[in-house]
Design a protein around this ligand. Structure first.
Ligand code: ADP
Ligand code: MG
Length: 223
């Protein structure tokens, strides 16, 4: 599902450069990425999402070489084929829970919102225990509940790949383990591969693979 080969990435401003010789994720596989703060975990995830583009090397996601697509096509690919769960969830507080889950359909012209999609949103919400919350607004919900809205939104398009960047950072420890299990189970439920960045080793149980980015990359500060 994900193939990264010979990656080099440097931010235009700053001294950080990320080199990854090889990183692969099989279809349906769940991979946790760990490593010290600042080692490039979020950067790697943004490269896989096509938000950033490497200076060298290639990134393939499913059957597309993302790293050589122009920006509009990368954005369209991401919206329709990749589900994302952000650290702060990035919910829209003035929209209902249902509309937050359906947001990819409002934002992408490549996706069509129909009754089957609405039904899938309801099924996902019920599966993660927020089935009764669809008309409510996320601002009146707990962090754990908000995170479940974000999980539903990432999965509603039936993506082949889900990317999550420290999705449990703002949850208390009991909710962290539960939420990651939920994210893993629900991704598996739609057959999606899952790549999750975490620095919390308590949430790693059940992943097919744990990758320490600290040992995978060469970090060369430029002078
Ligand atoms: P992690 O997620 O592992 O904590 P990041 O991928 O966010 O690490 O960041 C890796 C390095 O790149 C850090 O040194 C960070 O300061 C730097 N960095 C992150 N974003 C930018 C940016 N937009 N411009 C310049 N440097 C950045
Ligand atoms: Mg990060």
């Amino acid at each position: 599902m994900v193939h990264c080969d010979g990656l080099l990435f440097q931010y235009p401003a700053g001294e950080f450069s990320l080199r990854v010789a090889s990183f692969e994720v099989a279809e349906g596989q769940s991979v946790a990425i760990v490593g010290p703060s600042g080692c490039g975990k979020s950067t790697l995830l943004k490269l896989i999402a096509g938000i950033l583009v490497p200076a060298e090397g290639a990134i393939r996601v499913a059957d597309h070489t993302l790293s050589s697509l122009p920006l509009p096509q990368r954005q369209r690919f991401r919206a329709s084929r990749i589900g994302m769960v952000f650290q702060e969830f990035e919910l829209v507080d003035y929209l209902s829970v249902e509309d937050n889950i359906l947001l990819p359909y409002y934002l992408s012209d490549g996706l069509t919102l129909d009754d089957a999609v609405r039904e899938r949103a309801r099924t996902l919400a019920t599966a993660v225990g927020i089935g009764d919350f669809l008309p409510r607004h996320p601002r009146s919900m707990s962090q754990g509940e908000r995170q479940r809205v974000a999980i539903c939104r990432a999965l509603v398009t039936k993506p082949g790949l889900v990317l999550a960047d420290e999705p449990t950072a703002s949850l208390d420890p009991a909710n962290q383990t539960r939420s990651v299990a939920l994210l893993r189970e629900q991704s598996a439920g739609v057959g999606a591969a899952l790549v999750m960045v975490t620095h919390d080793h308590g949430t790693l149980a059940g992943f097919d693979r744990v990758v320490d980015l600290g040992s995978l990359v060469t970090i060369t500060p430029t002078v």
